[in-house]
Ligand binder design. Structure first.
Ligand code: COA
Ligand code: AMP
Length: 626
């Protein structure tokens, strides 16, 4: 628990960021403490902790062994889809990670080299990430739901020497082969990794290509453990690709020093967790939540982390979340609202919850998409704990707004439906109109953060610094553009209303319209298309494709529509939920020919097609606030 109130912490971080983050930096162990706290790199980007030497895997593992917590449980793997629960202590996990790191070194991987991890939610995914961190290699985890062409794009951008993967993932009862997708991706990619290492799960065989592919079990067994290398605070820990506004994903870079300090701070200050507590983020290692709060945050803090290979429903039922919380004594639980919408649909009165004692749970955090007020109200009635919506992005790596559970006055601060509450320390949040003027209470505009961003946030885009500048800093110089629209109410509560760019959020998964449009436009009968994210009761948003056929093409619209659905599944992945394509006679455009996607979206959602600027919101009702 922090000694400061929220207001004291926030003010200190904004008024004197260097002192604030110097103090936070003292809470992690450095091999060499940073020479300076806030500085600028050769690109002119603000950077934290210049000259600091550390190792993130050492902070997450070895340090706990050395300080006598080696026998504490570090990782619980709970997989209802294969009916297994396994546990590793900090000492056991350190040993496996050190061995896998040795295996990577045997394959020639050294500091700064990239390694792609394309895996389902199995322990080897966590081990792979930490093994890379141990030797200073840069991991790039690609969500297992991505199809081969998307994986190929990421291989070509990151140019990994090695890809770590598995024979299959398991979605509900379906075994999803991964190896054929990996083989196809390597065929498609111009940059060929020298080796792949494959976890061959008993559920599916995977044929290995001689000379290139290795069997994980044999490889790990034959490797010798290696120690942690010393890396610089500014050295990259990982690249995580995220959807931008074009079809080409952006490689968000995370450095070692700022990341470790920010996550360590957040575990206590935001999530109210300390060493020994059990933390469960029900996300996927392929997303930022998985990176920050399945792997690094809890382990750096010395918490037990839960890796759950299952779904909130049908594995085996809508009581799965309550079962995991009760069985493992989860103190802080973090999930996307879409998961609870699925639970609510199958078990509206939460009868299954009565089977489990979840009194261990202190906090329920949600993020990934807006927590819609009906789901918030349902959760408030269902659980005994505070329901805390918090807002963040792949780019920031930790939350921008939250009702912090670990500040001294946490009990006095109410949450409000539809709001992730207040900016967390380090984020100087502003709402600007299109001309850059700051807006007042209840006026909706672009949500931006005045630079410098706090530690842990992205310092660049992998291999394309210009893209970083253009995407995030050029619209309002000096201010980071979040891409989200929103407003503050008169009491300072922030409301995030959705993306103002061409990014959509499908069941907590981020996708760009451009990415999907590229696939749709590739259909030989399609002359022009627009893909927009429209409101969906279960998944928040789902994509809708509108297409104009080429003149003279004599195609059956229904056939084209179903071909488009299949194309998106094969090229992007089923998780995109692209199930609706419609052949239309024309698309709404500006006079200069630009397709009006926002207008299409509003019409599809049954909203007036007003522009945001003229939208003035009244404060939502807060009668049911916590
Ligand atoms: N690997 C392969 N395929 C995957 C996948 C993965 N990791 N994740 C999803 N898919 C597939 C599903 O099998 C499904 O395929 P289908 O169309 O053949 O049935 C398709 O993608 C759609 O998936 P999804 O939208 O996730 O629906 P679902 O019915 O499988 O599950 C939920 C619904 C609500 C349970 C699920 O979306 C969920 O848990 N969402 C939370 C997401 C999350 O945690 N995001 C991180 C934000 S913090
Ligand atoms: P990602 O980078 O995949 O984590 O997606 C980030 C985007 O998800 C944000 O820019 C928001 O649009 C949305 N998002 C995440 N958390 C929230 C939240 N708590 N409330 C509203 N939107 C959110």
């Amino acid at each position: 628990m922090q000694t400061r109130t929220y207001e004291e912490a926030y003010r200190a971080s904004i008024d004197d960021p260097e002192t604030f983050w110097r103090e936070a930096a003292h809470d992690i162990d450095w091999f060499e403490f940073p020479a300076s706290i806030l500085d600028a790199d050769a690109n002119g980007t603000s950077r934290w902790f210049r000259g600091g030497k550390l190792n993130t895997a050492w902070l997450a593992l070895d340090r706990h062994v050395q300080t006598g917590r080696g026998d504490n449980t570090a990782l619980i793997y709970d997989s209802p889809v294969i009916g297994q629960i396994l546990r590793w202590t900090f000492a056991e996990l350190t040993e496996r990670v050190a061995r896998v790191a040795g295996g990577l070194e045997n394959l020639g991987v050294t500091q700064g080299d990239r390694v792609i991890v394309y895996m389902p939610m199995i322990p080897e995914a966590v081990i792979a990430m930490l093994a890379c961190a141990r030797i200073g290699a840069v991991h790039s985890v690609v969500f297992g739901g991505f199809a081969a062409p998307e994986l190929a794009l990421r291989i070509d951008d990151a140019k990994p020497d090695v890809v770590l993967s598995a024979s299959c993932g398991i979605e509900f009862q379906t075994v999803i082969p991964y190896k054929p997708l990996l083989d196809e991706a390597i065929d498609l990619a111009a940059s060929k990794p020298a080796h792949t290492v494959i976890v061959r799960r008993p559920q599916l065989e995977a044929a290995l290509i001689e000379g290139r592919d290795l069997d994980w079990a044999a490889w790990e067994a034959a490797s010798e453990p290696v120690p942690c290398v010393e890396v610089d605070a500014w050295d990259p820990l990982y690249i995580l690709y995220t959807s931008g506004t074009t079809g080409r994903p952006k490689g968000v870079v995370r450095d070692n020093g700022g990341h470790a300090v920010a996550l360590n701070y957040s575990m206590d200050a935001i999530y109210g967790c300390d060493a020994g507590d059990v933390y469960w983020a029900a996300s996927d290692v392929g997303w930022v939540v998985g990176h920050s709060y399945i792997v690094y945050g809890p382990l750096i803090k010395g918490c037990t982390t839960v890796l759950y290979e299952g779904k909130p429903v049908r594995t085996p039922d809508a009581g799965a979340i309550w079962r995991v919380i009760a069985e493992h004594g989860v103190k802080t639980f973090f999930v996307a609202p879409t998961a609870f919408r699925a639970v609510k649909k199958e078990d509206p009165d939460s009868t299954l919850k009565r089977r489990y004692d979840i009194s261990c749970l202190d906090y329920l955090f949600v993020a990934g998409e807006r927590l819609d007020p009906p789901t918030y109200e349902w959760l408030k009635q269902t659980v005994h704990t505070p329901v805390i919506d918090h807002w963040w992005q792949t780019e920031t790596g930790w939350s921008i707004c939250a009702n912090m559970a670990g500040v001294a006055d946490a009990d006095e601060r109410e949450t409000r439906p539809g709001s992730p509450s207040f900016p967390v320390p380090g984020y100087d949040l502003r709402i600007l109109d299109d001309d850059g003027n700051e807006l007042g209470p209840d006026e909706e505009g672009n949500v931006v953060v005045k630079g410098p961003l706090p530690p842990g946030t992205l310092p660049t885009v992998w291999g394309d610094h210009q893209r970083y500048v253009e995407a995030y800093w050029s619209r309002y110089p000096g201010f980071y553009l979040t891409g989200d629209g929103g407003y503050r109410d008169a009491d300072g509560y922030v409301y995030i209303m959705g993306r103002v760019d061409d990014v959509m959020n499908v069941a907590g998964h981020r996708l760009s319209t451009g990415e999907l449009e590229e696939v749709v436009a590739a259909h030989p009968a399609v002359a022009e298309c627009a893909v927009v994210g429209i409101a969906d009761e279960d998944r928040g948003q789902v994509p809708l494709g509108l297409v104009l056929l080429k003149d003279g093409v004599n195609a059956d619209p229904a056939e084209v529509e179903s071909e488009l659905v299949q194309m998106v599944r094969r090229r992007v992945g089923a998780f995109a939920n692209f199930k609706q394509a419609l052949v239309v006679p024309r698309l709404p455009k500006t006079r200069s020919g630009k397709i009006l996607r926002q207008v299409i979206r509003r019409i599809a959602d049954g909203q007036p097609s007003t522009t945001r600027r003229s939208l003035r919101r009244s404060r939502p009702r807060c009668a049911n606030a916590a």
